[in-house]
Design a protein around this ligand. Structure first.
Ligand code: MN
Length: 199
């Protein structure tokens, strides 16, 4: 099985002015594509050749794991963004309010975690093993699937995600991130995860 670079769910310039066309051109067209190409090279002739990304992530190590996790994480990240993400509402709004007191405080805590993450990685909202919402920060190519968590929302905090638009200011990028979060997608992830955990 050959893994393919998924298309962006919007035009390359759709997230402007928050994320530029140039950033998406490099981030999706070069970085994400490179993870997929390296993964395809690394799994050739191995036990991982016919496994899904998620199966690889939970069982592999080394470069196979890293490239598979980066392939999955980026595909998820693109879906977490949208030029018209809508508003947070419904069950997820209630769950976030219960856990973090308000959407504003959730966003503040998530931003603090993302801004404070040392080096490359990903900041996530997940459902943890016991079905509770949690903000977690992961290094490099780590994945919630390695920790028994279900991902709901992610922010890529590798420098390549923001350096063209914001140079060294990760904080400016994280502020912009909230303007383009696809809450509809995140709400759907929460709904599916809740069903799975209840089953
Ligand atoms: Mn990235």
């Amino acid at each position: 099985m050959t893994h393919k670079l998924p298309q962006l769910p919007y035009a390359q310039n759709a997230l402007e002015p928050y994320i530029s066309r140039e950033t998406l051109d490099y981030h999706h067209g070069k970085h994400h594509a490179a993870y997929i190409n390296k993964l395809n090279d690394a799994i050739k002739g191995t036990e991982y050749e016919n496994k899904s990304l998620q199966e690889i992530i939970t069982s592999a190590t080394g470069p196979v794991l890293n490239n598979a996790a980066q392939a999955w994480n980026h595909a998820f990240y693109w879906q977490c963004l949208s030029p018209a993400g809508g508003k947070l509402k419904g069950d997820l709004m209630e769950a976030i309010t219960r856990k973090f007191h308000s959407l504003e405080r959730f966003e503040r805590e998530f931003s603090t975690t993302a801004n404070g993450h040392f080096g490359s990685g990903w900041t996530w909202l997940v459902l943890d093993k016991v079905g509770k919402l949690a903000i977690v920060s992961m290094h490099d190519a780590d994945s919630p699937f390695r920790h028994g968590q279900i991902p709901l929302l992610t922010c890529d905090v590798w420098e390549h995600a923001y350096y063209i638009d914001y140079r060294n200011s990760r904080q400016s990028y994280v502020n912009a991130f909230w303007q383009i979060v696809n809450w509809e997608f995140v709400t759907e992830q929460f709904k599916q995860a809740s069903h799975r955990q209840a089953a």
